[in-house]
Each structure stands twice: as C-alpha cells, then as structure tokens.
Design a protein around this ligand. Sequence first.
Ligand code: FAD
Ligand code: SF4
Ligand code: SF4
Length: 474
Amino acid sequence: MAEEMLRFVNRSQKLPDKRSAAERRKDFGEIYAGFSSQRAQEQASRCSQCGIPYCTVHCPLGNVIPEWLRLTTEGRLKEAYELSSSTNSFPEICGRICPQDRLCEGNCVIRPGFKSVTIGAVERYITETAFAEGWVLPRLPIEETGQSVGIVGAGPAGLACAERLRAAGHEVHVYERQEKPGGLLMYGIPGFKLDKSVVERRWKLLEEQGIIFHLGQSVGHGEGALPLEELRQRHDAVFLATGVYRARQVKGPGAGLANVVEALSYLKASQTEDAAADLTAKGKQVVVLGGGDTAMDCVRTAIRQGAKDVVCAYRRDRNNMPGSRQEVLNAEEEGARFEWMLTPEAFLGDDVVKAVRLREMRLGAADGEGRRAVEPTDNIRDLKADLVICALGFEPENLPELWQQPDLSVTRWGTLDVSGKGHETSLPGVFAGGDIVRGASLVVWAIRDGRDAADAIMNYLSAGAARAATSVEE
Ligand code: FAD
Ligand code: SF4
Ligand code: SF4
C-alpha cells in the first residue's frame, strides 16, 4: 500500500470551498468550488484503504472508491479517471449531487472518531481533471450490431442506458418530450447544485457517440405522441425511463387559488428563459410546504429570485425530516426560515392566495426506520403568503391507462412492474428503469438502473439473434 495513505489521523477533513451566503443569494451559480490538486491529493490520502470498503458497499454503483482515492493520492489521475468512469456513466454529476452523507461518505469507517473521507468531492475532481485534460472521449462502438433500441425519456436512467448500448454497437434512438435532454438534471435540480453546462457537456458527448435524439417528441399520449406500438415495431427493444411527475396534492379548501403552485412547475419555470411572470417569487412572501430535497430547492430558488421572505413549513421536526441536513443548513445560511410541526389544511384568499392555514402537530411513536409519526393537535396557525409552493413529493402517472396499454403491469404503487425479470416489463422486449420503476429516488440509482437495463437488453438482443440464426439453419 502506498505510504501516503491512512492520513486521517493527522489530516483533518476539508470540504470544497463554499461561496459566502451573501454572494450566492444573488445568482444561480454552483455554491461549491472544485478541489485544487493539492487539496484533492491530501483529502484522498485520508482513506484507510479498508479491506472491506463500506463506502463501496453503500455506493449504488459499487464504485471502487479506495482504489481511485489511492491513485489520486499518487497523482495517477488518468488511471483514477479510467477506473471511476468504468462503473459510473456520469461521475461528475454524482460527485456534485449524490447525498453522500446517506451513501458512500455516511458509511466511511473512519467515522465517528474522525470525519469521513470527502469521496464525492474527489470523484468530481478526478472527472473535471479528465475533462480539462481531454481524456473524456465519446465511447465509439468498434462495430455496428445492426440492432436498434428505442429509449423513452432522456433523464439519467435513459442516458446511462443509451451510452452503454451505443458503446456496444447498437443503434440508439432517445425520444424525449422536452427540448433538451437531462430530465430532472436539466428541468428540476437547480443550477446552484448542478450547473446546466455540466449536463450540456454530456449531451454533446452522447451526440458525438452517435446516439440519435428525438427532442420535443412525446411517446404514448398527447397530441403528436408516438404510440408505444410504433416504437416496438421500429426497434428491436424499448427502454422506458419516463420518471415520476404526478405531484402529490395538498387537499383542502382553497387549493385551486391563484399562486398556489406545484414545486416542479415552479422550478422548471425558474430554469426556463421564458418563465411566466406570476411564477417568480420576486418581491413575494413565499411559503414552501414540504421537508424533502425538492422543498429545499424551492426555498433556495425563491431566495435567489428576490423573495421578500421565505418560510418552509413541514409536519415533522428537524430531526425527522427526509431532506439532507446539509441542504437545510445551506438554506438557513441563505436566509430561509423553517416552521416545524405544521401541516396545511386550507388556503385563504378570494381569487389569489393570501395565507395558508396550518394545523400544529406533535410527535408520536417511531416507525420501523426510527422516523417519528405525527399526530394532529387542536391548534391552528395562519401564515401570510402571496406564493405557496407545494413540494409534497411525486407519484407515477397511470401509464397503462394513459398510454392505452392494459397489458403493461404496474405494482400497487403504480410504478412499472419489472419484478424478477431483469428490468423487462410485462410486455416482451420492453424494459424499464429509474424513477418509473423505483418511485421518486436518486440520480445515482437511475444511472445504476440504466446500466443494468442496458446489460439486460443486450442479453435479450443476443438471445433473439441466436434464435433467428438457429431458425435459418433449420
Ligand atoms: P427523470 O430524470 O425524471 O427523466 C425522465 C425523462 O422522461 C424526462 O426528461 C421526461 O421529460 C421524459 N418523459 C416522461 N414522459 C415522457 C413521454 N411520455 N415521452 C417522452 N419523454 C418523456 N437526486 C439526487 O440524487 N440528488 C439531488 O440533489 C436531487 N435533487 C432533486 C431535486 C428535485 C427538484 C427533484 C424533483 C428531484 C431530485 N432528485 C435528486 C431526484 C432525481 O432527479 C431523480 O431520481 C432522477 O432524475 C430520476 O431519473 P430518471 O431518468 O428515472 O427520470
Ligand atoms: Fe458516492 Fe455517489 Fe460517487 Fe457513489 S456515485 S461514490 S454514492 S458520490
Ligand atoms: Fe477509505 Fe472510508 Fe472507503 Fe474505508 S470506508 S476505503 S476509509 S473511503
């Protein structure tokens, strides 16, 4: 083992530099800078090179983290990049937006005596260095297979699947209803967490690889949409990676008032140049309902748009909220206020919302995962608001009904059923992955599904080719 490693005892954890709250309130630029070479080497050298690396076990992609940390410490960055990109299709994205405290870093064994190795920041550093040095090239196929795959949805699941299939020589067509690929990377996650140029850089590489994008093209339903049957006829296999977009509604009187909006419409408008004027928080008293990462993104977007005041109301307390602690901290630094133990009951106002009526809650017993349940009290509070953003999570749309595909099986949660069939749905040759299978999840899990589904599709295609060859011989 390299002598430089195991330095966690005398080298403290250093995070990437973070811009001051006052500065970052003014723009949508990323808040963290990348590591310098020196800091990346120092921080990578803190790794104790565990025989059984729990960081790897808890990385959904099984990244070989200790190996690329050691290569980084030794300055062997090209090898570090080759290794890290062999298991992760978009390491520069995961390095920025994985909730590392719940995944790799949260399971680093030097904790709790010492602070974890800063794995995500090193992963970002390795890949950014590779881009700067020109080592990141499109993975061109060695030969064409003559088989084609249609992919519906250009989010991380669809793109990871496309990249892998194209590298193996398949013709790959991606059908995406938006004007740009990326899914929630482009139209959900705000620029202060993930700059759009990072997503566009990948898009360019995928095009150079020969993937054919059909942008602004819906599949399944709506005007001008391609029916799934047509896609099944055009291609030898199909991968569905459409994500989950049906927002959980706040029930109660006044939910239809103007300026009571759904989180994703708000975030998307904030990331689109022709944002509707009434969908900006500028000068408004904003209340965000919810306690997950989407709620934090809305809070922090509203602050950047120049809201008068931003309050986030959530029905549990700080210790029992689903969102990342770091994101709450970032939001508080930027000026957001949190009101805990409140659940919405009604929206007040004539045509336009003026206030939200909330019921105070109290904590009850813990569930199997240790999260405390909440119970209503008799107390009611009104919070003044002239923009209310509802961020209570997402559910899958009813695809069998919307797409008129009664044979497409779903689970009791409405997600596509691929149980026990290596990502294949109940329709032969139609595969699925990402949020539409898992429910609202994480980018890193979507990438994992895209990669695994690509392997399953390749097995399916080669089995089909073998069957065709046998029948010709007979
Ligand atoms: P998506 O990214 O949703 O992509 C699906 C694509 O399919 C979209 O482009 C959509 O337009 C397209 N599509 C849908 N239906 C059709 C159709 N009928 N025809 C054609 N195209 C269609 N995860 C993290 O790991 N870290 C974070 O910080 C984080 N922040 C988040 C912030 C917000 C606001 C939200 C909403 C989610 C966040 N997530 C985060 C979750 C993460 O974005 C998702 O888990 C991930 O994007 C899922 O990938 P996917 O490819 O399955 O779906
Ligand atoms: Fe950690 Fe995510 Fe990178 Fe895996 S992909 S090592 S979980 S940051
Ligand atoms: Fe290194 Fe921590 Fe992973 Fe162990 S768990 S190999 S110390 S990063």
